[in-house]
Design a protein around this ligand. Structure first.
Ligand SMILES: *[C@@H]1O[C@H](CO)[C@@H](O)[C@H](O)[C@H]1NC(C)=O
Ligand SMILES: *[C@@H]1O[C@H](CO)[C@@H](O)[C@H](O)[C@H]1NC(C)=O
Ligand SMILES: *[C@@H]1O[C@H](CO)[C@@H](O)[C@H](O)[C@H]1NC(C)=O
Ligand SMILES: *[C@@H]1O[C@H](CO)[C@@H](O)[C@H](O)[C@H]1NC(C)=O
Length: 237
């Protein structure tokens, strides 16, 4: 019953988002998440976890709702990290998309997070921002360029980590994403490349996922995603 209802629930979301727009964000998801730690590096701001260093308490901050729900509305003390949503992929692999409003709000977000001893994470992708993930990770050259573009944003905004919200590797989300059967494998290669960048070892890297693994070349969930556990700190759903 739940699964037969799900497509109905998704329809208004698809309608609300002008297809292929990278700016309209009213259809992007905004929800709390609990995340599953998988080990790995810890970020610059140590997670605010006095009792148990393995606990990740994280949520997405919907920047496009800043007017109604701003930085002061976040219950910072409840979280170890807050994820600013969303930066987007763009046709140029060297450029991470940030709207003018984000460029102003993101520094305030990072500052407020750090004042509260909370990790400031930036999410890349989302429902309307995942169009160009596939080309960005499709070749070794593009993976290197994309990794360097990510590191530039990390350093420019003093971020503690990046969350990848690719909706979805080798599977249509909004309806006009570039996709490839190799997306899953290329995504892993990209994350490995990103982790090997200068200064990326202690970055918190995570991914927003479905309840099943990303689909492989044949369109069914990949059976072995253990490689991702080596490069991601945790996943959230
Ligand atoms: C990573 O660790 C190095 C020291 O090992 C530190 O200088 C740097 O600021 C850290 N980077 C982040 C993003 O926390
Ligand atoms: C984070 O630290 C604040 C005070 O420094 C504390 O009140 C809060 O409970 C901590 N949150 C978590 C999730 O540990
Ligand atoms: C956010 O905070 C402002 C000012 O503190 C308050 O007026 C407003 O009601 C809050 N909004 C929500 C959704 O809690
Ligand atoms: C590599 O990235 C560029 C955009 O910067 C794109 O035009 C090109 O198609 C990508 N290469 C592949 C093989 O997807």
């Amino acid at each position: 019953m739940f699964f037969s209802l799900a497509p109905l629930l998704l329809v208004p979301l698809v309608r609300a988002a002008p297809c292929c727009s990278l700016v309209a964000r009213d259809a992007a998801p905004s929800a709390s998440s609990s995340a599953v730690p998988s080990g790995g590096a810890s970020g610059g701001i140590p997670a605010n976890t006095s009792s148990n260093g393995d606990i990740v308490a994280s949520t997405w901050f919907a920047a496009w709702h800043n007017d109604q729900y701003g930085l002061n509305n976040i219950s910072w003390s409840k979280y170890t990290s807050v994820i600013y949503s969303f930066a987007t992929t763009t046709p140029d692999v060297n450029t991470i998309g940030l709207a003018q409003s984000d460029m102003q709000l993101l520094p305030q977000f990072v500052q407020t997070a750090h004042q509260n001893n909370v990790q400031a994470i930036l999410s890349i992708g989302g429902w309307t921002g995942s169009q160009y993930f596939s080309p960005a990770v499709s070749t070794s050259d593009n993976r290197t360029a994309f990794a360097q573009a990510v590191m530039k944003v990390v350093s420019q905004y003093s971020l503690d980590g990046i969350e990848f919200d690719w909706e979805y590797p080798n599977k249509q989300g909004i309806g006009c994403n570039v996709i490839s059967p190799d997306d899953g494998a290329n995504f892993l290669s990209f994350l490995q490349e990103l982790r090997s960048q200068n200064g990326a070892k202690n970055l918190t890297l995570s991914a927003a996922t479905s309840v099943t693994p990303w689909v492989g070349p044949n369109g069914t969930p990949m059976s072995d995603v253990s490689g991702f556990a080596k490069v991601l700190d945790h996943i959230g759903t």
